[in-house]
Design a protein around this ligand. Structure first.
Ligand SMILES: Cc1ncc(COP(=O)(O)O)c(C=O)c1O
Length: 385
């Protein structure tokens, strides 16, 4: 399992040598934009991938491997979240975005608008527009220092014709982990309008002590019956390039439609990715817990540094995910990420890509060795001074 000193010792030169998108897209800059970790992956995942190569398990995804994935995911969901899922209802998909696209295409009325709370994970809005869908953005609102769903605005968006709500939990980019009561309140609005929810729970395993991930579909019989849940080992075990995620179909109608119309989406799923997912869910929890412990330290370093040196930066430490969401609106920068690339040599995600509600903000990936995080914070402080 990785120790703190092992993770601290990973250098920028080593990371650039791999290379990754994080460390190659902006040569010479510190990459902290894309949601990837600088820590490699769990030993169990590495072993599974080596075994796949050694035994030639590189063909199309076989049924028995799907069955192992279903057992592995449902075991993990039970242990980690106390969520009991019928293994048959866990389907392989290549990634969460493909699952989202198939959900919009096949499980919502043709041409119906989609409700997107903002700030939102960047690709959702452009993808919906590519699919010919209007996007009804509903900004999250601040309550007691935390971002929460605006229930009245959600109600109005359903009343305006929205049929599907995109519910990301833990939330990217704010890092919120929504509580059971909050989810139940959202569910009441969805039920009132006979709507459906796409629950994007890709960050579900990445929740800090003191918080608990509650799968939206587990809240009640009603949420189970109006939800399609997408999740993946890709964020928590840092394997997004392996193209394997899971769709959990607790809704009988959705399961039926999926079976009849979405089988080609399953066909895109990569066999090595599914093998890696099995290893992650079955044997990767110790590694994950060590990494979460390290990330927890990183989020504290970030919060302490900002409080001491950059009090004008608005920041609430994430409750889950390894993303920090920084409110730089008081600096009056039109494009803060571009400005920080030029003046601080760090590459962050500009909040405007998360919708109007994200303007003036940046998203920063905390999953980096602490010496690199400290360098990021020093550069941020010097540039903003
Ligand atoms: C909330 C959220 N959804 C979806 C994705 C994309 O997932 P995938 O690579 O499985 O499409 C990400 C990636 O960071 C994400 O943060």
């Amino acid at each position: 399992m990785p120790t703190e000193s092992e993770l601290d010792a990973i250098t920028i030169d080593q990371l650039r040598a791999v290379p990754s998108e994080k460390w190659s897209l902006f040569p010479g800059l510190i990459g902290a934009f894309v949601a990837e970790m600088d820590f490699g992956t769990a030993p169990a995942v590495r072993r599974a991938l080596h075994d796949a190569v050694d035994t030639g398990m590189l063909g199309y995804l076989p049924g028995p491997t799907v069955a192992r994935m279903q057992e592995a995911y449902t075991g993990f969901a039970k242990r980690r979240f106390g969520w009991s899922v019928d293994p048959e209802r866990v389907r392989p998909v290549p990634d969460v975005l493909a699952a989202f696209e198939a959900t919009v295409r096949h499980l919502t009325p043709e041409g119906s608008p989609v409700i997107l709370p903002t700030p939102a994970y960047m690709p959702f809005a452009p993808l919906l527009r590519d699919l010919g869908r209007d996007v009804l953005t509903v900004p999250l609102v601040r309550e007691a220092g935390r971002s929460v769903h605006d229930l009245d605005a959600l109600d109005a968006a359903f009343a305006a014709g929205g049929r599907l709500l995109v519910l990301v939990n833990p939330h990217n980019p704010t890092g919120r982990v929504f509580e059971r009561g909050e989810l139940a309140a959202v569910a009441a609005v969805v039920e009132k309008h006979g709507g459906r929810v796409f629950a994007d729970e890709i960050h579900a395993p990445l929740v800090y002590a003191g918080r608990a991930h509650v799968p939206y579909a587990s809240v009640s019989a009603a949420t189970a019956a109006h939800t399609v849940t997408a999740t993946s080992a890709s964020k928590a075990w840092n394997v997004p390039g392996l193209k394997a995620a899971q769709l959990v179909l607790t809704d009988d109608d959705a399961a039926d439609v999926w079976q009849r119309r979405c089988i080609w989406t399953e066909h895109l799923t990569a066999t090595p990715g599914v093998l890696a997912s099995i290893a992650a869910y079955d044997d990767g929890e110790d590694w994950l817990d060590d990494v979460i412990g390290y990330l927890d330290g990183n989020r504290r370093i970030m919060a302490d540094h900002l409080a001491e040196h950059l009090p004008a930066v608005g920041h609430t430490p994430p409750e889950g995910t390894y993303l920090a969401w920084l409110d730089l609106t008081s600096y009056g920068l039109d494009r803060p990420a571009a400005w920080l690339r030029e003046h601080a040599g760090i590459a962050l995600t500009d909040g405007r890509h998360c919708g109007q509600a994200g303007r003036g903000h940046v998203r920063l990936t905390l999953a980096t060795p602490r010496p690199i995080l400290r360098e990021i914070l020093t550069r941020l402080t010097e540039a903003l001074a």
